[in-house]
Design a protein around this ligand. Structure first.
Ligand code: G6Q
Length: 536
């Protein structure tokens, strides 16, 4: 382990884990996966998901020490405090957002005793507004100027107001109502908005502008582009545009929008997919009842996350396996590889949720951290990735732990048998084979055909990707990220790095738009070099 990061918090358990990490379980030994019923014992079932983790470099002793570390850090107690409205988004002694963290309240709808009743009441209020709105669309009370049904939605937003909703929409496409589809515009690259505008029949489009702050440059710019396009087509933007924003934000202006929905300051952008940020789009697409199923799945995992026993608490287990690989076995990145085409944008959402949350270098008291915090997260669907970057996973010098995600059944149930097996069987055969191969490796007298093995991975299996299991999958990762932040004692809920980006671009924009002309600054000189056309 790199010298600099030896001082992991968790004084007692941390010390034990450091000793155990000197000789982690050897997955390449004969029978390594089957001794002591390892494959059967190292599983965790919850929320319609099963995690198989026998292919991690852990033993019972390591798992016990990880449980002790979780207990020493009071992870579950902190999660409980978070769900009950404690101010968790803060750096003590310094100016910070100083907010509650209550994304879990958006789905705490299924018990008589919600953890934070005030926030859940607000969530219920917004859901009730959404239900009415959707009924008005379905019943023909709200229509296009020609009295027709709206058939498409253009969801405009960026970062947390885009990645979660977009990845969930992609994941749940087979659940859409007949004749409904959604398009997304996020990038300030004008090609993004104009490409979408070229695809839709504007007269039948609802434009959903999503911005918590109501001030994000990209979103406001794209909103303008879409409004102008509507006007050019002779359509009234107020008949087409709806908003999801923070109460009191500059976008909170009912005059401008057909309908406005709120998200509250205690919900961070990247944790907002189960708030109106995701629900409005999903409701239009797949109907209110399916949104409720999605929230139900997420809620089930929030409940499980309050179980002190790591072996039963799936998000905690996933978090602690990650801590083992990252902080004790010194692996710097994590690949999340879904064997499901529907989940093709999910790694991108998790990349934001994890890296924006846990890419921090100071702790919750404003001191420099003394351990490595969030890993680099990346991923693409298998089997495509196998024909691309898996070479490095198998034989590269960097050990990359993997979280595989798979489904026993396909979503649509349509399949064909080619060469004696179905496509779903081929997909899963590849998934299981990769998981095993990374662990056990392969001996060969030809060094080029040697595979070292001992490359840790977990396999998360869903029966089928449905609104409910998608909600569970989303909440599983949200809670995992939060638990890891608690281990590192960092604030997983602010994002100063994003704020910096918002400010810095402004300076260049002033030069590019001619507002500033002074030309000896680094910015001006940078622009001169960057914009000079390259000689052919
Ligand atoms: C997420 C971040 C960030 C944010 C976007 C969009 O946690 O704060 O990705 O979601 O910058 O912000 P608005 O929703 O305010 O437009």
């Amino acid at each position: 382990m790199t010298e600099k990061w030896q001082n992991l918090i968790g004084a007692n358990a941390g010390k034990r884990l450091r000793l155990l990490a000197r000789q982690p379980y050897d997955l390449t030994l004969p029978e390594a996966l089957v001794v002591k019923n390892r494959l059967e014992r190292y599983i965790c079932d919850c929320g319609g998901m099963r995690l198989l983790y026998a292919t991690q470099r852990v033993t019972d002793e390591v798992l016990d020490a990880l449980q002790d570390l979780a207990d020493e850090c009071g992870l579950v107690a902190q999660f409980q405090k978070m769900r009950r409205g404690a101010i968790m988004n803060r750096i003590s002694g310094y100016e910070s957002e100083n907010r509650q963290v209550l994304h879990t309240a958006c789905r705490d709808l299924f018990s008589d005793l919600p953890a934070e009743p005030g926030a859940t009441d607000q969530a219920r209020g917004e859901l009730a507004k959404l239900k009415v709105f959707l009924e008005e669309i379905d019943s023909g009370k709200i229509t296009t100027a020609k009295g027709e049904q709206f058939t498409s939605m253009v969801h405009v937003g960026i970062g947390g107001s885009d990645l979660g909703p977009r990845s969930i929409y992609e994941a749940l496409r087979p659940y859409g109502q007949f004749g409904r589809e959604v398009f997304f515009v996020s990038n300030v690259d004008p090609d993004d908005a104009f490409a979408v505008l070229a695809k839709v029949d504007l007269s039948k489009v609802l434009v959903n502008i999503v911005s918590k702050s109501g001030t994000t440059l990209e979103t406001l710019t794209n909103e303008k582009i879409v409004r102008e396009a509507l006007q050019k087509a002779g359509l009234d933007p107020r008949r087409h545009c709806i908003a999801v924003t923070g109460e009191g934000s500059p976008m909170d202006n009912p005059e401008e929008y057909l309908r406005s929905f709120y998200m509250y300051d205690y919900i961070g952008g990247r944790y907002s997919a189960t708030s109106m940020v995701g629900a409005v789009m999903l409701g239009f697409f797949m109907g209110y009842d399916q949104v409720v199923e999605f929230l139900r799945g997420a809620s089930e995992i929030d409940m499980v996350a309050e179980d002190l026993d790591m072996r039963r608490n799936l998000p905690l287990l996933l978090a602690m396996l990650g801590i083992w690989n990252h902080n004790f076995l010194d692996c710097s990145t994590l690949a999340i590889l879904p064997y499901s085409q529907a989940l093709h944008r999910f790694p991108a959402h998790l990349q934001q949720c994890d890296m924006e949350s846990n890419g921090k270098s100071i702790d919750r008291d404003g001191n420099l951290v003394s351990c490595k915090t969030g890993p680099v997260i990346w991923g693409e669907p298998g089997t495509n990735g196998q024909h691309a970057f898996y070479q490095l996973l198998h034989q590269g010098t960097e050990v990359v732990p993997v979280e595989f995600i798979g489904c026993r059944k396909s979503q649509k149930g349509m399949d064909v048998e080619v060469a004696g097996s179905t496509s779903q069987q081929k997909l899963n055969a590849n998934l299981f084979a990769q998981c095993m191969a990374l662990a056990v490796g392969q001996k060969n007298s030809n060094p080029n055909k040697q595979f070292q093995g001992n490359r840790p991975s977990s396999l998360l299996l869903l029966d089928q990707l449905t609104p409910k299991t998608m909600g569970a999958l989303l909440a599983l990762y949200e809670a995992k990220i939060v638990f890891q932040g608690f281990v590192w004692n960092i604030n997983s809920f602010d994002q100063e790095g994003v704020q910096l980006g918002k400010v810095l671009a402004g300076r260049f924009l002033d030069y590019l738009s001619g507002k500033t002309r002074e030309d000896s600054s680094a910015e001006a000189r940078f622009l001169k070099v960057a914009l000079k056309t390259t000689d052919q």
